[in-house]
Design a protein around this ligand. Structure first.
Ligand SMILES: N[C@@H](CCC(=O)N[C@@H](CS)C(=O)NCC(=O)O)C(=O)O
Length: 233
């Protein structure tokens, strides 16, 4: 049975799942759900039927439609344990999960598209003020991540030791997002290390709809396209 990721190329939550699928060597297909086209395909009833939260990603796998990127990655870990993305020792597991949650629960939700849209829409902020909101919360979040990495001997080549884990899977898309909004990453040498980004961007940095959207053209057809390693520009 095929595995299908319903995602959007700029979605950092979908990006987490792309990295996990690729690190685990799972062949998957892509179905683009544009968050901008026509006011957002994720707000259409067809997508709401798939995910009542109207957020990407959704992973269709093993006859189920799974939502919430961290729950999806935990599912992959339980059903396809190799290679492990969460370490085996309890302290390592807790540390990796804490790091992932620091990104997914503390940084990402208050800078999500619908929050930013609400700021400039109903609350009437200018785009400059919206930018300040974004940088304020991301910079504070990254400072905390930096301290978590810098002050812990368990930090290695990656956030936990020398292999990529769920922590890196959450960090890399958050850095992509921060760069996109011009956050200065120089105060965070451990967190923003380019080698980590390079290593993982080979595994899910882009999905097929990105090229068309960047060109302002029609999004790539959502016909299912088998993927192994998505193209990285
Ligand atoms: N906690 C969710 C977050 C999902 C999420 O917020 N997805 C964003 C894209 S990164 C989205 O669909 N945003 C649509 C919106 O804000 O309207 C997860 O980890 O899957």
């Amino acid at each position: 049975m095929s595995v299908c990721l319903h995602g959007y190329w700029r979605s950092s939550a979908a990006y987490r799942v792309r990295i996990a699928l690729n690190l685990k060597g799972i062949e998957w297909m892509h179905r683009g759900v544009s968050l901008v086209q026509g006011g957002g395909e994720h707000l259409q009833p067809t997508f709401a039927a798939l995910n009542p939260q109207q957020l990407v990603p959704v992973l269709s796998i093993d006859g189920a439609n799974l939502t919430q990127s961290l729950a999806i990655i935990e599912y992959l870990e339980e059903t396809r344990p190799k290679p492990p993305l969460i370490p085996s020792d309890p302290v390592g597991r807790a540390r990796v999960r804490a790091f992932a949650l620091a990104v997914a629960c503390e940084i990402h939700p208050i800078n999500n598209l619908r929050v930013l849209q609400h700021l400039t829409g109903e609350l009437g902020l200018s785009s400059e003020e919206r930018g300040r909101w974004y940088v304020h919360w991301v910079a504070g979040g990254l400072a905390a991540l930096e301290a978590m990495l810098a002050n812990d001997a368990r930090t290695g080549m990656f956030c936990e030791g020398d292999l990529p884990t769920l922590a890196d899977i959450c960090l890399v898309p958050q850095l992509y997002n921060a760069r996109r909004f011009n956050v200065d990453l120089s105060p965070y040498p451990n967190t923003g290390a380019d080698w980590r980004l390079r290593a993982l961007s080979l595994h899910g940095g882009r999905q097929p709809d990105h090229r068309c959207e960047l060109a302002g053209g029609r999004r790539m057809d959502s016909a299912l396209t088998p993927l192994s390693i998505p193209v990285v520009a």
